[in-house]
Design a protein around this ligand. Structure first.
Ligand code: BEZ
Length: 238
């Protein structure tokens, strides 16, 4: 008879899935996720451990940018497989002692989940045993105002995240939702956007005959202008 090895089940939310629900203790009290964030975007992100340098640099950067994310109707929630008192001590140390990239005296105001039980980390595929069996990888989940996972980025333990890209992705997805367009490679607000592909021979022919609004490289690749101020006025809170 074959040996049956006990295998732990790790789930991994996919784009388009409902964000797995949980309640958790955080540095700002209990949260009920994603229900507490209904009507807002939320970035749920994990880091390997408190009191580690790459994580510290990331927390300082996210805390520094928090207001910018909040203005785009997006809240931040962090997580690591550490306890609450470790989280509190680490955040106090960051504020009191650490300087990084010109930042100092940085107060982390967003909640940090304690996940010693790995309950949340397992639900969100943050434990990737090939990388570490005890520490979460650097996961970033973008969850929209109705609780749907819209994008996921995973980084290994050694690689600090690029927060400009995280912000760019958030604004690009909101732009796609608001204006019913797609965004091309390296898109930033003010760049041309892509309109949905022609769905019939008639529309393809129409597009190739030229319109004032569209610029078509070919029948399947048409862009239009979308003013930066129009995008930002629609997305950013006044
Ligand atoms: C860090 O945040 O510095 C780190 C954490 C775990 C493994 C490697 C680096």
């Amino acid at each position: 008879m074959e040996n049956i090895q006990e295998q732990e089940v790790f789930t991994m939310p996919r784009i388009g899935d409902k964000a797995p629900e949980f309640t958790a203790t955080t540095t700002h009290g209990e949260i009920n996720f994603p229900a507490d964030y209904k009507g807002e975007w939320v970035i749920l992100f994990s880091h390997p451990a408190d009191f580690t340098p790459v994580c510290t640099s990331e927390f300082m950067t996210f805390a520094h940018l928090e207001e910018k994310f909040n203005k785009a109707n997006c809240k931040l929630v962090g997580l690591s497989i550490d306890g609450l008192y470790s989280h509190i001590a680490w955040l106090r140390t960051i504020k009191d002692k650490i300087k990084f990239n010109g930042m100092k005296n940085i107060e982390v105001k967003f909640p940090l989940i304690e996940d010693i039980s790995m309950n949340v980390a397992k639900k969100y595929g943050m434990i990737q045993p090939g990388e570490s069996k005890t520490q979460a990888v650097r996961a970033v989940f973008f969850i929209d105002p109705i609780g749907t996972v819209r994008a996921v980025i995973y980084y290994p333990l050694s690689l600090g995240r690029n927060f400009d890209e995280i912000y760019r992705a958030l604004i690009a997805m909101q732009t796609s939702d608001k204006f019913n367009v797609a965004t091309p490679a390296d898109w930033e607000p003010g760049n041309d956007v892509i309109i949905s592909p022609a769905g019939s021979c008639g529309v393809a022919a129409e597009r190739m005959s030229g319109t004032d609004e569209l610029e078509c490289e070919d029948w399947f690749f048409c862009t239009k202008k979308l003013d930066k101020d129009v995008v930002l006025n629609e997305i950013l809170k006044k």
